[in-house]
Design a protein around this ligand. Structure first.
Ligand code: ZN
Length: 410
């Protein structure tokens, strides 16, 4: 059973327990106890950017935390694709033709979604494995995008969307904007459509992200920093991207299949309940409410932020080709940049140095870079370089690919 920090400290001090794991801090008793267990409720607030986690028992909050989900998967895979294309164009050895070798033929989800779904499952399983006799409560999102755009949509309207009857999406956009350029306001000019948030910046091809401009105004001056298109992009609140709803809908399906025993809630009541208890809007507070408590007698001051850390850059080649250089590349620097461990220290190890604690983010000649909890480099006072001598590091614990940051609740 989870215990208070004071009790854990006393057990460790008197030698009745030993540290089993640092993150989340777990101790193991050295003596046999009876089977004293209380009912625990695990609350999960799913989301596309953060997962809220909470464990409660009889109006007491035993644990609260948040998991930050990766948002960089798509851009990383895009970069990988670009590298691969350019590599295959410059290395022209014979490649055997390949076919029927795509995962998409079976059950397939885009990597950016699959990654977040896997993380959600992983942390639900992990939290439940710590807690004896846990009852799982999960809040999932259910979104109807067609209804979000037009609240009166029903039956056949779903298949006949707002662009129905138009020759193409662009003609819908022109008609919506009354065949008027939205920059100069003139009609009877050759019209074009412009993406308000560029697709390269995460914008969608939806009609709400596109706007009518004339050929004269759709020029490089307006695209530049400070130009009117740039300004539109800044006011991107104007445009709904609807990027989260599809993910939340997929996640709901997956959770219903994966955890048939879980008690599922659907969001709309959580905010009211949270306000009744008097908690701030945070993901872990939502999770506390989802776990089913109606009043709170004991709450924690601290919460845990869990974040993933990339230990190794695994690309085997360089992004910039070296073809055509006079000298071949004999001194490869990428390998020395890719050092996962050095003299007993691993990347992402928690260490203390100069009286502060932080995480190793990289290695250099007989030294390391250490970042504090706040994300700033820990440096010697009055020194401009970030390198810290390896001899001055004091090991606290290994962390594998996760960072666990304890924060104080406001
Ligand atoms: Zn114009």
């Amino acid at each position: 059973m989870p215990c208070t920090q004071r009790k854990a400290r006393l057990l460790l001090k008197t030698g009745k327990a030993k540290i089993y794991k640092y993150n989340p801090f777990t101790i193991q008793l050295k003596y046999v106890t009876g089977e004293n267990k209380q009912e625990c409720h695990v609350g999960i607030d799913t989301g596309s950017k953060y997962i809220g986690l909470a464990v409660t028992s009889e109006n007491k909050v035993l644990f609260k935390g948040e998991v930050e989900l990766r948002q960089d998967v798509k851009s990383k895979i895009d970069t990988k694709r670009i590298y691969r294309r350019s590599r295959r164009n410059r290395k022209t050895r014979y490649r055997r033709c390949r076919f029927l070798n795509r995962k998409r033929f079976g059950k397939w989800l885009p990597p950016s979604l699959q990654n977040r779904i896997n993380h959600t499952f992983k942390w639900i399983d992990k939290l439940c494995s710590f807690i004896p006799e846990s009852i799982l409560h999960i809040e999932v999102g259910k979104f109807d995008i067609a209804k979000m755009i037009n609240s009166e949509v029903h039956s056949v309207d779903y298949s006949q969307g707002q662009t129905y009857g138009y020759q193409g999406e662009r003609y819908f956009i022109f008609a919506r904007d009354n065949y008027t350029c939205q920059v100069c306001g003139e009609r009877n000019k050759p019209l074009q459509t412009h993406h308000i948030i560029y697709v390269s910046n995460g914008g969608t091809n939806r009609v709400d992200n596109q706007i009518t401009v004339c050929k004269n105004c759709h020029n490089s001056t307006n695209h530049k920093n400070g130009g009117i298109f740039y300004k539109w992009q800044k006011e991107h609140k104007k445009v709904k991207q609807y990027k989260e709803p599809p993910f939340m809908n997929v996640l709901r399906q997956q959770i219903l299949n994966q955890y048939p025993q879980a008690l599922i809630t659907y969001g709309f009541e959580t905010t009211i309940k949270r306000k009744n208890i008097g908690l701030e809007k945070t993901h872990y507070n939502d999770a506390i409410v989802i776990s089913g408590v109606s009043t709170i007698s004991e709450n924690l001051h601290e919460w845990l932020l869990i974040r993933q850390f990339r230990k190794k850059k695994r690309s085997l080649h360089e992004g910039v080709p070296r073809k055509g250089r006079k000298e071949p590349n004999r001194i490869q620097k990428r390998n020395s940049k890719n050092t996962p461990y050095y003299r007993g220290f691993y990347l992402n190890d928690k260490v203390s140095v100069f009286g502060k604690s932080g995480y190793i983010t990289g290695f250099t000649n007989s030294g390391a870079y250490v970042k504090g909890v706040d994300g700033e480099y820990i440096v010697l006072p009055n020194k401009s370089y970030k390198r810290v001598n390896i001899a001055s590091l004091k090991f606290i614990c290994h962390n594998n690919n996760w960072q666990y940051i304890t924060k104080n609740a406001v």
